[in-house]
Write a protein that binds this ligand. Structure first.
Ligand code: 3H9
Length: 691
């Protein structure tokens, strides 16, 4: 503790984000005691050391507690002690005040915030609610409706909005500590106001509840958070806190909390690539060339422009370029209509994208991303040409989703500079980038690809070269199983409903219609050696739909038919086609339960995931989980397919897979990693053993 002009300065130092780990709240209590005991001190400023104020309770501790390996942390004693301080306590916020960090700030008597700081209670994103009085203090400061919204969504607000809402007392433009001390001196003679002494007025939260039921479907915490905030209007502060603590505890031990915390740490774990040291510096990427102005190339160009990186985009004809730029502009205009972008920002971004015929200027760019039609011959030819143009330290990336990255790399004289950057459509929206490590890819190139994904605010996951990489490779058995289920008597709508009830963002037939059924048809034809194994069952209906010209949404019909608002509607023609196809193939139709639908689809995904892991296509189970959470609409509150498997129990899943193998044949052969089931382990144990 230091003292300046009669103001005690208490600095919280627990890098990297000043989480309130065990010992930190206790240290604060000691410092506040000391400040109160010092007659030379008239007011106290609490500030965060390093890059931020306080990012909340320590999520490592919360995760341990979720599994019963520790007690849930209790911040109340420290916070109550701060609030009871006879000398006024000013919380000085920079960076972020999140979760327990904001709860700490609200226990202080005043809050000042650096312009640019963010304040929020993101606990529901971890499957819990604030557990240190947040649901009781926030409504007393910003009103019940605003507090309920902040607690339920978990979205932070910027300092200026916090000032307007009454959450902070002053926004400091210059040096935060200087401003906080000046503020403390202004208020040092006032009786410290306590948040708990204020009242929270009742508010109608029905509309918020309805909105949350849709946007956070299946999740427990957001609705419970609204209820806890509402309790602040009916109960006194201590009773409200007791209620909060009870539900905090219950959620804190729940599966959704375990899954969401796994997802939180998982997103950070994938950035640490096994075998790639921190000392491997990425090449700087300040300019980019993109080949191909189609849907993918355009979306990739937007991703770079969105973060201020200039791109040159080339295609084979002026027409293709004009069409591509037209789509880009239309996408930006749609964002303006939704209020997410200003017209000025659109123009700035468009100005960063230079459409051009030919490759003039490509000799200067740091990274070239190829996004042309999926043809190995075409890509090889293109990479041979890029090899002639690109500077020696330019990273050459292919956006292929199905082709052999090593074969593409070998068409250059520098295969070590080649890497896969598999973006997902729409590339300007989807967060996942599979970073495909070829056999020759250099460590620095891999580090560059990961740094690029991060710069684009996306999640890069390293995968090994091989058919379908990780995500698509696993999707085939999942999709095929869904198609077998309809041959056996379910309808596409029943399968999709079972999957969305499970939590998937979309059902697989809806996905197939959106992507285009012909896309799969082409892939199956090109990779017949992978898909056509003698004696193995293959789905029959999709190809027939293609033959009928039903390619999905783009032709107005596929597995479903579509009305003008693109709403999928069950189509009797498809149901009849399925029935007829099954009869011809001698497949008996029956009623299939929702449970069987989910088990067959999701366990097919998990079994293939185990194979992917065993083969080293993904280095860790957590990599697979993050691929599925960020690229395939798997529900975060289930933690990803491999984590979900652990929650269900590998032994239970293994037993079902063996049953399916007996009933449906060799495609259900348990993956070698099924041994984990016998050892009573999870995929997380597998990761831990190999860490
Ligand atoms: C809570 O507060 C409950 C209370 O209501 C009740 C208690 C009784 N704990 O994200 P980054 C690590 S719940 C532990 O890469 P950025 C993170 O894992 C909590 N560790 O940086 C990473 O480690 P590593 C509510 C944490 O600058 C490193 O710090 N709070 C915590 O992109 C850097 O993180 C939240 O949910 C933590 N609380 O983003 C906020 N936070 O380097 C969670 C971070 O080993 N945190 N780490 O991979 C965030 O949203 C972002 O980390 C933040 C910084 C925006 C702060």
């Amino acid at each position: 503790m230091a003292t300046r002009e009669g103001v005690a300065i208490i600095t919280i130092n627990n890098p990297p984000v000043n989480a309130l780990s065990h010992g930190v709240p206790e240290g604060l209590e000691t410092a506040i005691h000391a400040a109160n005991a010092d007659p030379g001190v008239h007011a106290i400023v609490v500030i965060g050391g390093g890059r931020t104020f306080v990012a909340g309770a320590d999520i490592n501790e919360l995760e341990k507690a979720a599994y019963g390996q520790a007690e849930l942390p209790d911040l109340h004693p420290a916070l109550n002690m701060i609030e009871a301080s006879p000398k006024p306590v000013v919380m000085a916020i920079h960076g972020t005040a999140l979760g327990g960090g904001l709860e700490l700030a609200m226990a202080g008597h005043y809050r000042v915030a650096a312009a640019g700081s963010q304040l929020g209670l993101p606990e529901t994103k971890l499957g819990i609610i604030p557990g240190a009085g947040g649901t009781q203090r926030l409504p007393r400061l910003v009103g019940t409706a605003k507090a309920a919204e902040m607690c339920a969504t978990g979205d932070p607000i910027p300092a200026r909005d916090a000032l307007a809402a009454g959450l902070v007392d002053r926004v400091i433009e210059g040096d935060l500590l200087t401003g906080a001390i000046a503020f403390a001196r202004e208020i040092q003679d006032r009786t410290p106001p306590r948040t708990r002494d204020r009242a929270a007025a009742p508010a109608n939260l029905d509309a918020l509840r309805e909105q949350i039921k849709k946007s956070r479907k299946h999740q427990h915490a957001p609705l419970v958070a609204i209820e806890a905030v509402e309790a602040a209007t009916a109960l006194d502060f201590d009773a409200g806190c007791r209620h909060e603590k009870e539900v905090f505890k219950k959620l804190g031990h729940g599966d959704q909390a375990k899954a969401l915390m796994h997802a939180f740490f998982g997103e950070r774990a994938v950035a640490k690539v096994p075998g790639l040291g921190k000392d491997v510096a990425p090449y700087p990427v300040t300019s980019v060339g993109i080949v191909g102005a189609g849907t993918m190339g355009g979306g990739i160009a937007m991703s770079f422009a969105n973060v201020g990186i200039p791109v040159r985009i080339t295609d084979s004809s002026q027409e293709a370029l004009d069409r591509g730029m037209g789509v880009i502009r239309k996408n930006y205009e749609a964002s303006i209509k939704r209020g997410r972008l200003t017209p000025e920002a659109m123009e700035q971004r468009l100005a960063l994208i230079t459409p051009q015929l030919g490759m003039a200027g490509f000799e200067q760019v740091d990274l070239i991303v190829e996004a042309v039609f999926e043809s190995l011959a075409l890509k090889k030819e293109l990479f041979a040409a890029l090899d002639q143009v690109a500077k020696p330290d330019c990273v050459l990336a292919t956006n292929t989703s199905t082709l052999d990255v090593d074969a593409i790399a070998r068409s250059t004289s520098r295969p070590q500079m080649v890497v896969g950057l598999h973006f997902f459509s729409p590339a300007n929206v989807m967060r996942l980038v599979e970073v495909v490590r070829g056999e020759a890819t250099d460590g620095r190139v891999l580090a560059t690809a990961m740094a690029v994904a991060k710069a684009l605010k996306k999640v890069g996951v390293v995968v090994r070269n091989g058919f379908g990489f990780v995500g698509n490779r696993m999707m085939f058995p999942y999709m095929f199983e869904a198609q077998f289920l309809v041959e056996e008597g379910s309808t596409p709508a029943e399968v999709d409903a079972a999957l969305t009830d499970f939590g998937m963002a979309m059902g697989i037939f809806g996905v197939d219609d959106m992507a285009g059924i012909d896309v799969m048809w082409r892939v199956k034809r090109e990779f017949a050696d992978i898909f056509e194994k003698p004696g193995e069952r293959r789905p029959l209906v999709a190809d027939r739909l293609c033959a009928m010209g039903r390619m999905g949404q783009k032709t107005g019909a596929g597995w479903y038919r579509y009305d003008e608002s693109r709403k999928p509607l069950p189509d009797p023609i498809v149901l009849e086609l399925i029935r007829k196809t099954a009869a011809e193939a001698g497949i008996e139709q029956r009623e299939i339960s929702k449970e069987e639908i989910v088990e067959r689809c999701v366990y097919a995904l998990i079994n293939e995931g185990a194979r992917v892991l065993e083969e080293g296509r993904a280095a860790r189970a957590v990599d697979i989980d993050i691929v599925y959470l960020t690229g395939y609409g798997f529900p975060a509150w289930r933690g990803g397919p491999m984590f979900h498997a652990g929650l269900v129990g590998l032994d239970k899943i293994h037993a079902r897979i063996c049953e399916f193998e007996r009933r449906h044949g060799p495609r259900w052969k348990p993956a070698p990693l099924a041994r984990l089931a016998a050892e009573k382990k999870t995929f997380a144990d597998y990761d831990a053993e190999r860490a």
